[in-house]
Ligand binder design. Sequence first.
Ligand SMILES: [Zn+2]
Length: 265
Amino acid sequence: MPEIRFDTYYRYDDLTRLLHAYAAEYPGLVQITSIGKSYEGRDIWLATVTDFATGPAAEKPALWVDGNIHASEVSPSSACLYFIQQLTAGHGQEPAITNVLDTRAYYICPRINPDGAEWALADVPKIIRSSTRPYPYDEEPVEGLRQEDVDGDGRMLLMRVADPNGGWKISPDEPRLMVRRAPDESGGQYYRILPEGRIDNYDGITIRMQRKKQGLDLNRNFPMGWRTEGEQSGAGPYPASEPEVRAIVDFIAAHPNITGGVAFH
Ligand SMILES: [Zn+2]
């Protein structure tokens, strides 16, 4: 087994390598399959974990577990890896884990949204909500503040913009902090706070946040409780329209042995 850390967020190639390493290390307990391809064509990996010697997963009651449906929320992928680690390391050691793998199965999908996560974990990260597929408009936004790592420090933070009408001032106790200006306060140095980024087509007056071209929210694309774009933005044109969601819906529909699920999200 290659070294694996749980305080690290793995990019797609490393995550793929580690998942397959579990299957190689524990062939009697872990199988890795692809349940479909993402919008950009990446395999969506599923780890099936059970003791295959006591029967195939499909013949056991199973729990669905998934993670990383939203692009930048990558920690659930590590949580899924840790879960796989606990199950595999505990089999034959911990009676409860041994028993559960002998009689039950787990379907663990650590990264529902590999494309969005790859953008979030890139050397120059780009943070979007979910899928990288442009929606609802496939055209470049024309104006507004576009969030970006302007100073190239690998983080997208907030900017202080000096403004006599600003609602914030520097904390007298800790200059790294901003505190609210009192409603009746005047005569000091005040600031507006904006997300780090650049403003396209600035008219000198109005600063709007630029709407991202990637407006999908995979979380809202499932058939249950689906609403149209006007009621629930990012829901997509119809339920399970997006390949990532479609892959999960198809898998769950084809596996009536799934008795419950936990979205690490
Ligand atoms: Zn989320």
